[in-house]
Design a protein around this ligand. Structure first.
Ligand code: DGJ
Length: 729
């Protein structure tokens, strides 16, 4: 069993492949945290909580001065009952007070895992050992029940947590905070790793010491945002890519989030994650409940690489769903950087023909095909074909392209509305806005109120109509501004602060309906690139456009950071033109190719303008990618050199059976007196012999991993090399 319960001692011991997580009841009524770390066979209280009378630490009624919630390591701390650290939840009651006190009532232990109503969540496969523990806490004065849910995926080395709060009283109450996860670690010797960024510069790794303050990352933009990813890890100082403790946490949610780490005055560390409580207030009427999204968490002692590979496997198998979950993804060409808004049917067909000739499998028509959309100031919401650009209609274009032997895909930005649009004329009240206040414009557009079921139905029908009008097998779902003017025409005054979470729930509802109806369509999410790259979106759409920045050198660190948690197959990566449109850099086509092969491969440039030699090189890249597609998309990623550390980057993709390793090295600037680089491979069988396919030279796995391979010196900026090693039979 992955969950062991000692009824006598009232201890719950949860075990994954590498970790033990232990909590239990103290003083007969409080749920305390005992241990999280390397897996132990049994827990018998060797690290007993030391009860000490601390200054300014209040005591619950009837308890000795040595017992205070302010110093107790807890599972789900309340507000106002003696713990002055950050609470996990806070409720405003009908009388205006905000104090509550949870006591342990009961638990339940089940095999499997239930779905989370209306929310994305991980799920077990039949082959998984998966067990769920629910612990019910109750405030008998307020009549509020809090149910903590812990699921263990033992072999996957993963746990998930979420919380449900139920109003069992006869009065309305308001949730002011309701986080999904709280852990009180008993030591503070941690570094905190987070992923910060911006549009065109997503997922930069930031690592610093945990200290005596609240270190917090968050989004209050209505989406998970490019600015901070809903991910963090606690590491030890000595933790590297290949060794050391990693406690990693990721939120399965696409809206406002908060993750915070608080080292207290006695050097214990509280970590929390959940919906951002900033500007959040949720009404619960008698009998109603609130379901939080889930947090996925894992512990390994084997470094960041192992942590990432656990997340990759888990998300590929236990989060992503649908037809494309295990299927190879097609190599696509997208017309955005080739034409932007300036295209007509003839141009698109020319691009498609050239692309098909070099082996590209899917043509994606990006922004500009609908309404009167010739730039980004109009037409969002009017999902009817632009007949000036496509006078023969969408079906004609799509069938001409499928007639070439390619698939056809299309772009939408469903969540938005342009003020210059027919939809806005008909339904000015369908956007987020506050009466009598001019709304803020972002990229020339407003945001639809997805909390409004009428809006969801309109979008479902409009998108359905387009998808049924032509042979469309791929959808790019974009989202290019954040939420402001948080007012909804359909919510009463008291619920206006629910707008953002209701927006996210509406989005999930719409995506669930569309991805179910069009179950064989491949959906890719996008938010000006990686602006909403999160596990919530991956549940509905199994791939995401990683960044609008297509420069191969910038992509090294964007993809590196993204790969800490999200699998390579989920990362859209395209070869674009040179000089690059975002940063003006010129890089060799080979380097643009190998960097894009680190993810879900495609092209985004005007192939009709390329020289025959360039087209021939692209054809070769495509043949190469197709030959090893399964390894590029579903192999194990080993990060060998971090782009953030020196003048280069390297990684390898190793087939799951360890038969083939594809090693990629990219140098940045060509420098004088540069050191000779040796790459030490990872993930091979030590005693097996691997052949370098280009030279026929053979090496044992342990030689490649310990002695390493020498990178030849080439005096060219942004030069790259790739090696393929195959196990000798
Ligand atoms: C932002 C996306 O990230 C781009 O790839 C492109 O689709 C544009 N929007 C279109 O407006």
């Amino acid at each position: 069993m992955a969950i062991k319960i000692d009824l006598q001692k009232q201890v719950f011991h949860l075990q994954t492949r590498e970790a033990s997580y232990v909590c239990g009841i103290v003083e007969g009524e409080y749920l305390a945290h005992f241990y999280y770390g390397k897996r132990i066979q049994s827990y018998n209280g060797s690290n007993a909580i030391a009860y000490i009378d601390r200054g300014f630490a209040p005591n619950p009624p009837g308890k000795p001065r040595t017992f205070s919630l302010d110093t107790l390591p807890q599972e789900y701390p309340c507000y106002g009952n003696g713990d002055f650290r950050q609470p996990a939840y806070q409720i405003e009651f009908a009388d205006g007070t905000r104090v509550s006190d949870l006591k342990y009532e009961t638990y339940n232990h089940n095999i499997g895992k239930s779905e989370l109503a209306g929310l994305p969540a991980t799920y077990p496969l039949e082959s998984d050992t998966c067990e769920t523990l629910t612990i019910s806490l109750y405030d008998k004065i307020a009549k509020v029940r809090v149910i903590l849910t812990y699921t263990v995926f033992e072999e996957k080395n993963m746990m998930t947590r979420h919380v449900r709060i139920i109003n069992e009283s006869t009065e309305n109450l308001h949730l002011l905070r309701c986080l999904s996860m709280n852990i009180d670690f008993r030591d503070s010797d941690f570094e905190l790793l987070t992923l910060y960024g911006a549009h065109n510069n997503e997922k930069n790794v930031e690592r610093r010491q945990v200290n005596h303050q609240i270190q917090k990352i968050e989004s209050s933009r209505g989406t998970s945002s490019p600015h901070q990813a809903p991910y963090f890890a606690l590491l030890r100082k000595e933790t590297t890519e290949t060794q050391g403790d990693v406690y990693a946490f990721n939120f399965v949610y696409s809206g406002n989030f908060v993750a915070q780490v608080q080292q207290d005055h006695y050097d214990s560390v509280r970590v929390q994650m959940g919906i951002n409580d900033f500007d959040f207030k949720w009404q619960l009427k008698p009998g109603q409940d609130f379901q939080t999204p889930e947090v996925v968490m894992s512990y390994t002692s084997q470094g960041l690489g192992a942590s990432s590979r656990d997340f990759h496997q888990f998300y590929r198998h236990n989060l992503c769903r649908g037809h494309f979950k295990e299927k190879s993804r097609p190599i696509l060409i997208n017309n955005w950087e080739a034409t932007y808004f300036d295209f007509e049917e003839k141009k698109l067909l020319e691009i498609a023909k050239k692309a098909q000739a070099v082996g590209i499998e899917l043509f994606v028509l990006d922004d500009g095909w609908f309404g009167k959309r010739n730039d980004d100031t109009t037409s969002l919401g009017d999902w009817v074909v632009n007949e000036e650009k496509l006078p023969n209609g969408l079906n004609n274009l799509a069938t001409s392209i499928t007639g070439l032997g390619m698939e056809f895909g299309i772009w939408f930005e469903p969540e938005m509305i342009s003020q210059v649009s027919d939809l806005y004329k008909q339904h000015p009240d369908w956007c987020l806005r506050i009466e009598n206040r001019e709304p803020t414009i972002g990229r020339g557009q407003l945001v639809l109120d997805l909390g409004n079921p009428e809006v969801i139905n309109y979008l479902f029908n409009a998108i359905t109509k387009i998808l049924e009008s032509a042979p469309i097998t791929y959808v790019k779902w974009d989202m290019n501004r954040h939420l402001t003017d948080l007012g909804s025409a359909i919510l009463p005054t008291i619920q206006q602060s629910e707008v953002v979470h209701r927006y996210v729930l509406g989005l999930y509802n719409l995506m669930e309906r569309l991805t179910t109806k069009f179950s064989t369509v491949l959906f890719e999410s996008c938010s000006s690139g990686g602006g909403r790259y999160d596990a919530g979106m991956l549940y509905y759409m199994p791939q995401t456009w990683t960044s609008d920045n297509t420069d191969a050198i910038c992509r090294l660190s964007i993809q590196y950071g993204t790969s800490l948690v999200y699998p390579p197959v989920t990362m859209g990566c395209h070869v674009s033109t040179t000089p690059n449109h975002q940063v003006g850099r010129e890089t060799p086509l080979q380097t643009r190719g190998v960097v894009a092969m680190a993810g879900n491969f495609g092209y985004e440039l005007d192939v009709t303008k390329l020289e025959p030699t360039e087209l021939a090189e692209i054809e070769q890249q495509i043949q190469h990618y197709k030959k090893y597609r399964d390894i590029f998309q579903f192999g194990d990623l080993y990060r060998l050199l971090a782009p953030t550390q020196a003048n280069d980057a390297a990684w390898s993709m190793v087939s799951r059976d360890k038969e083939i390793a594809i090693v990629t090295y990219v140098k940045l600037l060509s420098l004088p007196a540069a050191p000779i680089k040796i790459l030490k491979l990872q993930g091979l069988e030590e005693t097996d012999i691997y052949e370098h396919t280009e030279t026929g030279e053979c090496f044992s796995g342990d030689e490649l991993m310990n002695a390493g391979i020498t990178v030849p010196r080439v005096k060219v900026d942004f030069h790259s090399q790739q090696w393929i090693f195959k196990k000798k039979q």
